[in-house]
Design a protein around this ligand. Structure first.
Ligand code: PGA
Length: 256
C-alpha cells in the first residue's frame, strides 16, 4: 500500500522483546489505546512482540492505532517453519513491517535477505520500514559508505515505481539503547540529506524526495519534539520510550 504522510508524522513504537507476558502487553496496550491524538497529524504504529501481536490486533476495534510487525518471512512460499508469514500478517490487518533493524543485522540478517523481505512486503501491500545506520563513526566518513550500501543493497529488488511505498528509518547503532544518546537535530538533518541524495542518485529525484525518512535512537519525550520540528524527518522509531505508555502519550501530545 502506498502510504501518504503529507503533513503527518509517523510514530513507530518498537516493543522489541521487552514484554514477557500477554497480561503485561495487554495492560500497556490498554493504556496506549486511551491516548488521544489527531490522526490527521500523526500515525501511531505499535509493533508488539510477534507472539502477542495476533491477540492484540485481533481484538482491537479502534481506529487510531495501526499495527506493525517486527519481522517478516523472506518468502511467501510455504512451508517455512518458524517464520512470520505474509498471510498471517495480512489476516491481522498489520500494515507495517520493520525490516533490517540493527539487532537483526547483528544476528546475521544481510542486505540480501533484507532486500528480499522488502520485496515480499511490497508485493503483499505491507509497508516496509527499512532500517539503516552505521555501527560507529570515523573521522574519514567511511560510515557514510556503510549507510549507502545498506540503502542501495537493501532496495536492490525494487524498482522506481515502488520506492514511494518504502519508509527509511535512519538509526545509528551507537545511539540505540540504554546509556546512549540521540544524535543532535543537526546531525540527524545531515543524514536525512545524505539519504535523500543516495536515493535520488539510485532512483530519481521525484520518487526519491517522496520517501519518508524517520529517525530512531534514544528518542524520548524530552527530545522528540525538537527532532520532529528541526531535523526534517517525517517521524520517529522509538524503542524504550515507546514501551512506556506515559512517555508515548507525551511524545504524541507534543506533536503539533
Ligand atoms: P531506543 O531504541 O529508542 O531504545 O534507543 C530504538 C530502536 O532500537 O529502534
Amino acid at each position: 500500500m502506498k502510504k501518504s504522510f503529507k503533513n503527518k508524522y509517523l510514530v513507530v513504537a518498537n516493543w522489541k522483546d521487552s514484554i514477557e507476558s500477554f497480561g503485561d502487553a495487554k495492560k500497556d496496550f490498554d493504556l496506549v489505546k486511551k491516548i488521544k491524538f489527531n490522526i490527521k497529524k500523526a500515525e501511531l504504529v505499535i509493533c508488539p512482540p510477534v507472539v502477542f501481536l495476533s491477540e492484540l490486533a485481533r481484538n482491537y476495534r479502534g481506529k487510531n492505532i495501526v499495527f506493525g510487525s517486527q519481522n517478516i518471512s523472506i518468502t511467501n512460499k510455504k512451508p517455512c517453519t518458524g517464520e512470520v508469514s505474509v498471510a498471517e500478517l495480512k489476516n491481522l490487518d498489520v500494515e507495517y513491517v520493520i525490516i533490517g533493524h540493527s539487532e537483526r543485522r547483528s544476528l546475521g540478517e544481510s542486505n540480501e535477505i533484507i532486500s528480499k523481505k522488502i520485496a515480499v512486503s511490497i508485493d503483499n501491500k505491507l509497508t516496509p520500514i527499512l532500517c539503516v545506520g552505521e555501527i560507529v563513526r570515523d573521522k574519514y566518513g567511511e560510515y557514510l559508505k556503510d549507510v549507502e550500501r545498506q540503502l542501495i543493497e537493501g532496495l536492490s529488488e525494487i524498482n522506481k515505481k515502488d520506492l514511494n511505498k518504502v519508509i527509511v528509518a535512519y538509526e545509528p547503532v551507537f545511539a540505540i539503547g540504554k546509556g546512549h544518546k540521540s544524535l543532535t537535530t543537526y546531525e540527524i538533518h545531515q543524514m536525512v540529506i545524505f539519504i535523500k541524495k543516495i536515493l535520488v542518485s539510485r532512483f530519481n529525484k521525484k520518487v526519491a524526495m517522496e520517501v519518508p525518512i524517520i529517525y530512531g535512537g534514544s528518542v524520548d519525550e524530552e527530545n522528540s519534539s525538537d527532532i520532529l520540528s528541526e531535523s526534517e524527518v517525517q517521524g520517529i522509531l522509538i524503542g524504550r520510550a515507546g514501551t512506556n505508555p506515559y512517555s508515548l502519550k507525551e511524545i504524541i501530545r507534543q506533536i503539533k
